[in-house]
Write a protein that binds this ligand. Structure first.
Ligand code: ADP
Length: 448
């Protein structure tokens, strides 16, 4: 097993990885920008290295500085967390070339899944149902119109290297295509440095359901059931639950087993998530995330298993210690992503935390790097806390979540706690019968 792991991230996920390391008897190295000198991930780590100024390009995305930090601290392995360099094939490659272990998938899988067209092609080969769409880059208007005719309107234009819900355009009629393609290509170029786009059937009322898998270097793979992440704003997840309220046990087993065998087929390693849209009892693959996800904690709560320490074991070449029939899920879990944002306008609200009080009690987990007196810097993602609640069934879970949200105090900045309070009081959420569009209309109705 590793003696020391460098955590190439910040915020709650850096703490999450630190906690797994400590429970495994592994020392930790934090990296940080000058803006994060007082951050909790730096305070808790055994060692820390300042790797650059506040801007992410010069710090958390600065590969030479991160490799130097791992070298001077004599780390054995690097965990990238999520975001930043977690899905950079180049980073994983460089880590390995410098004789550190990358705690994640093989670089080739990061590359294949990072390109959404190649990911879909691989999934088709692995017998996973995908959203109907183009299997080639669409680089001119004629191709776009032909592909859309074949798929049938409405279609959605997506960036092949997309992420974070950015750069998608829905097209309902051929006349809209020319403008939509050029906007989508521009957005893709600006956000991802790659203007390639492709077309997909735009599903009207799907849910977003994703399957968590773990696979080792020894040909073993298990699934940890699914999460429903349909509550989204601007295609970004806001609140997630596990198991998915809408799914029958037969479909649950079917999709879990299918993802497991696909992970084995492609020789996948580490934690990974197969993301699907689910409509009329059918699954349509949209993408695979080759990293630990923000919402992994709800799966941990229902499966009583530590996904991050499993990733560390897998990277240390240890075979998975669980067989599929040992993975039994229990009860229901919900995660609220609490952002430092105004809950109506969603304008970021960085600043000093005057008071932080975390709710407690049975079935409550807070993953957060906040503390009273901490200043949330303006430079990074606005997620400041994850409130994760587990109970024996969905109804009890909602009641416990309500109690926990009422108890939670983050003062000095604005947060999205009031939004979560409204969501979980709404009859549609309580019924469990919502799709990927519901939250946008709910937010809009609260504004007007
Ligand atoms: P990203 O990598 O940017 O997160 P995804 O492909 O994972 O993009 O899609 C994010 C969200 O966008 C989905 O959860 C869904 O809400 C919406 N979306 C993506 N593809 C489609 C589609 N074909 N039809 C309808 N909605 C879609």
């Amino acid at each position: 097993m590793f003696e020391k792991i460098l955590i190439a991230n910040r915020g709650e996920i850096a703490l999450r990885i630190h906690r797994a390391c400590k429970e495994m008897g592994i020392k930790t190295v934090a990296i940080h920008s000058t803006a994060d000198e007082e951050a909790m991930h730096v305070r808790l780590a055994d060692e820390s290295v300042c790797i650059g100024p506040a801007s992410v390009e010069q710090s958390y995305l600065n590969i030479p500085a991160i490799i130097s930090a791992a070298t001077v601290t004599n780390a054995d392995a690097i965990h990238p967390g999520y975001g930043f360099l977690s899905e950079s094939e180049n980073f994983a490659q460089i880590v390995e070339e410098h004789d550190f272990i990358f705690i994640g998938p093989k670089p080739k899988h990061i590359a294949n899944m990072g390109d959404k067209i190649s990911a879909k092609k691989m999934m088709i080969e692995a017998h996973i149902p995908v959203v109907p769409g183009s299997t080639e880059v669409i680089d001119n208007l004629e191709k776009a119109k032909n592909a859309a005719e074949e798929i049938g309107y409405p279609v959605i234009i997506k960036a092949t290297s997309g992420g974070g819900g950015r750069g998608m355009k829905v097209v309902t009629r051929p006349e809209e295509m020319e403008l939509a393609i050029s906007i989508a290509q521009n957005e893709a170029e600006t956000n991802f440095g790659n203007k390639s786009v492709y077309l997909e059937k735009y599903l009207k009322n799907p849910r977003h359901i994703e399957v968590q898998v773990l696979a080792d270097n020894h040909g073993n793979a298990i699934h940890l059931y699914e999460r429903d992440c349909s509550l989204q704003r601007k295609h970004q997840k806001v609140l997630e639950e596990a198991p998915a309220p809408s799914l029958s046990n037969d479909l649950r087993e079917y999709i879990g087993n299918l993802c497991c065998s696909a992970a084995k087929d492609i020789g996948y390693r580490s934690a990974g998530t197969f993301e699907f849209l689910y409509e009329n009892n059918k699954f349509y693959f949209i993408e695979m995330n080759t990293r630990v996800q923000v919402e992994h904690a709800i799966t941990e709560m229902i499966c009583s298993l530590d996904i991050v320490s499993e990733m560390i074991n897998i990277a240390a070449d240890i075979p998975l210690t669980y067989k599929q029939d040992q993975i039994v899920y229990e009860g229901h879990a919900i995660e609220c992503r609490i952002n430092a944002e105004n809950p109506i306008s969603f304008i970021p609200s960085p600043g000093r935390i005057n008071e932080f009080h975390a709710p407690g009690g049975l079935g409550i987990r807070i993953d957060s790097a906040l503390y009273t007196g901490y200043t949330v810097p303006p430079y990074y993602d606005s997620l400041v806390a994850k409130l994760v609640v587990h109970a024996k069934n969905r109804d009890d879970c909602i009641m416990r979540l309500k109690r926990a949200l009422d108890e939670m105090v983050i003062s000095g900045i604005e947060t999205t706690i009031p939004l979560h309070q409204q969501i979980i009081e709404s009859p549609t959420f309580i019924s469990g019968d919502y799709d990927i569009h519901w939250l946008e209309s709910f937010v809009f109705s609260k504004k007007s």
